[in-house]
Design a protein around this ligand. Structure first.
Ligand code: BG6
Length: 487
C-alpha cells in the first residue's frame, strides 16, 4: 500500500538510542558492585568470542558525563539504559549499595540537564551471581521476591525523575540462550527447566508492573520483547500452518502472557503432552491477569521464514544447537538442514529468498518492521515503544572519521517503514536505535559495532576509549531536528 503523503511523526515522538549496563559500563568490581552471572560467564574460558568480557566494556562508568554531553549535542530525545542490579544490591536481595545507586542518580540528572528523557530497563540479563548461587536464579520463586525488592528500591529512588520503565529485556532471547542453547548464563540445556524459569520470570514481570502502578502512578511501564514476524516460505497451506505454529512458538508464548495474562492454548497443550509445561497455580493465573503493561517495548532486528518440516530429523545434539544459536539469537528454531526443537517439530526456519543479510547473517527486512508493528498493535492495542533496532557492522576508522553510510541506509529504511506504520494507524511512543555508543556484543566481542558514536577499542583491549561521532550521528541529529520530516 503506497500513500501519496505520509503522516508526520507526533510532536512529542521520542527519538532515542539504547544501551545495556553490562555492554557499556565496565567498572565491573568497582564501588561495591557485586558480580553478575555475566561477569562469571564471560570470565570462564571458551564462553565468549575470544574471551571478551564487559570488565571495562566502553568504560561508560567513567565517561558518563562525556557520553551524555554528546547526546545533548545530538539533540537526542530519549536514552534507554539498564541498571546493573548487582551494582545497586550487590548480593541481589540484601543491603543497598548507595554508591551504585548514586551512579544512576547522576546519570539521570545529567540526562535531564541535557533534555534527554531517561528510559530505564530494570533487567537486561545481568542477574546477581549471588541469586544464581543461592536460589538457582530464575528457577526459584525466591528470586521473584528479590526482584521485587530491587524494583522497589529503584521505583522509590527515581519515581519523580523517570517516566518510562522497561521490566525485562527480551525474555524470549535470554531464556532460550540461557536454558535451551546453553550459550548464555546459566548455560543450561534443558527445555523443561527453561519453561519453568520462563514462568517465574513472567510472575516477576507481573509483580513489578503491579508494584509500579502502586508506587509510580504517573509513570509508564512495559516489557521489551524481541519480535519478528514469521513468513511461510510458500503458499502451500502446510507452510502457512507451519508459520502459525512458529508464531506461537516465537512470539505469542510471551506476548499473550504480557498483554492478555494467559498462555496461548496451542503451545501450552504441546508442552503438557510432553510433560514439560510450567507449573501454573490458580494464584499465578490471577497475578498474570492482574498486571497490565502501559506500553509494549518492541526490539526489532528481523523476522523469519519457515516451511513445514519435511525432514523429521531428531532432536538437536548439543553441538548442533550451539553452532546454530551462536550466529543469531532471533532464530529460535533450527534451520532446515539441522535438528528440531522437540516441542514443535512441525516447522523449520529457512532463509528468505527475498532478503539480503548483514555481515553476521541477519536478514535485512524493513518491510518486516512495518508488518511487526502492525501485527503487534492490531493484536494487543498497546502503544508501542521501539526499544531496539539497528545494524551490527565492522566500522573502519579512516583519518579519524567513520563513514557508516550502510548504517544510515539501514536506519533510514526502517524509519520509513515506521513512518508508514504510523500512517497505517499504529500508536507509537518513540524509537530507540541500538545502540548509542559502540558496545560489547554479548557473543561477538567488540568487532560488531552498532553505535552512533565510535569507541576506540577492540577485542584486544580498551586503548584510549576515545569517543568519535560517526557519520550516522550527524545524520540522526538532522532527523531529530526535523522530527523525521525528510524520511
Ligand atoms: C538484542 C539485545 O538481542 O540484540 C542487545 O537486547 C544486543 O543486548 C542486540 O546487543 C544485538 O545483538 P548482538 O548479538 O548482535 O550483539
Amino acid at each position: 500500500m503506497y500513500y501519496q503523503k505520509l503522516d508526520e511523526f507526533p510532536q512529542d515522538f521520542l527519538w532515542g538510542a539504547a544501551s545495556a549496563a553490562y555492554q557499556i559500563e565496565g567498572a565491573f568490581d568497582e564501588a561495591g558492585k557485586g558480580r553478575s552471572i555475566w561477569d562469571t560467564y564471560a570470565h570462564t574460558p571458551g564462553n565468549t568470542y575470544q574471551g571478551t568480557t564487559g570488565d571495562v566494556a566502553v568504560d561508560h562508568y567513567h565517561h558518563m558525563e562525556e557520553d551524555v554531553a554528546l547526546m545533548g549535542k545530538m539533540g537526542l530525545k530519549a536514552y534507554r539504559f539498564s541498571v546493573a542490579w548487582s551494582r545497586v544490591i550487590p548480593d541481589g536481595e540484601g543491603a543497598v549499595n548507595e554508591a551504585g545507586l548514586d551512579f544512576y542518580r547522576r546519570l539521570i540528572k545529567a540526562l535531564r540537564a541535557n533534555h534527554v528523557e531517561p528510559v530505564l530497563t530494570l533487567y537486561h540479563w545481568d542477574l546477581p551471581q549471588a541469586l544464581q548461587d543461592k536460589y538457582q536464579g530464575w528457577e526459584s520463586r525466591e528470586t521473584i521476591a528479590a526482584f521485587k525488592k530491587y524494583c522497589q528500591v529503584l521505583f522509590a529512588a527515581f519515581k519523580d525523575d523517570v517516566k518510562y520503565w522497561v521490566t525485562f529485556n527480551e525474555q524470549n532471547v535470554f531464556t532460550s540462550m540461557g536454558y535451551r542453547w546453553g550459550t548464555h548464563p546459566p548455560k543450561v540445556m534443558d527445555i523443561k527447566r527453561m519453561y519453568a524459569a520462563n514462568h517465574i520470570i513472567n510472575l516477576a514481570n507481573a509483580e513489578a508492573i503491579n508494584l509500579f502502578h502502586e508506587m509510580v502512578p504517573n509513570g509508564l511501564i512495559g516489557p521489551s520483547f524481541g519480535y519478528g514476524p514469521v513468513y511461510p516460505l510458500t503458499g502451500d497451506p502446510n507452510d502457512v500452518l507451519a508459520s502459525v505454529n512458529a508464531d506461537d512458538f516465537n512470539n505469542n508464548w510471551w506476548l499473550d502472557v504480557y498483554c492478555r495474562g494467559e498462555y496461548p492454548f496451542f503451545m501450552m497443550k504441546q508442552l503438557q503432552r510432553m510433560g514439560i509445561a510450567p507449573v501454573v497455580t490458580a494464584a499465578d493465573e490471577q497475578l498474570l491477569k492482574s498486571a497490565k503493561p502501559d506500553f509494549l517495548g518492541v526490539n526489532y532486528y528481523h523476522g523469519g521464514t519457515v516451511q513445514t518440516n519435511r525432514l523429521q530429523k531428531p532432536v538437536a545434539t548439543d553441538q548442533q544447537a550451539k553452532d546454530f544459536s551462536a550466529t543469531d539469537p532471533y532464530l529460535m528454531q533450527p534451520k532446515a538442514d539441522q535438528a528440531q526443537s522437540p516441542e514443535i517439530p512441525a516447522f523449520n526456519s529457512v532463509a528468505s529468498p527475498y532478503l539480503a543479510k548483514t555481515e553476521w547473517g541477519w536478514e535485512i527486512d524493513p518491510v518486516g518492521f512495518r508488518v511487526a508493528l502492525r501485527q503487534v498493535y492490531e493484536k494487543y492495542r498497546l502503544p508501542i515503544f521501539v526499544t531496539e533496532n539497528g545494524l551490527g557492522a565492522v566500522d573502519q576508522l579512516v583519518n579519524g572519521q567513520i563513514d557508516d553510510q550502510y548504517r544510515i541506509d539501514y536506519l533510514q529504511a526502517h524509519l520509513l517503514a515506521m513512518k508508514e506504520a504510523i500512517t497505517d494507524g499504529v500508536a507509537m511512543i518513540g524509537y530507540c536505535a541500538w545502540s548509542y555508543t559502540d558496545l560489547l556484543s554479548w557473543l561477538n566481542g567488540y568487532r560488531k559495532r552498532y553505535g552512533f558514536v565510535y569507541i576506540d577499542r577492540d577485542d584486544n583491549g580498551p586503548k584510549e576509549l576515545k569517543r568519535i561521532p560517526k557519520a550516522s550521528y550527524y545524520w540522526y541529529q538532522q532527523i531529530i531536528a526535523e522530527n523525521g520530516q525528510q524520511i
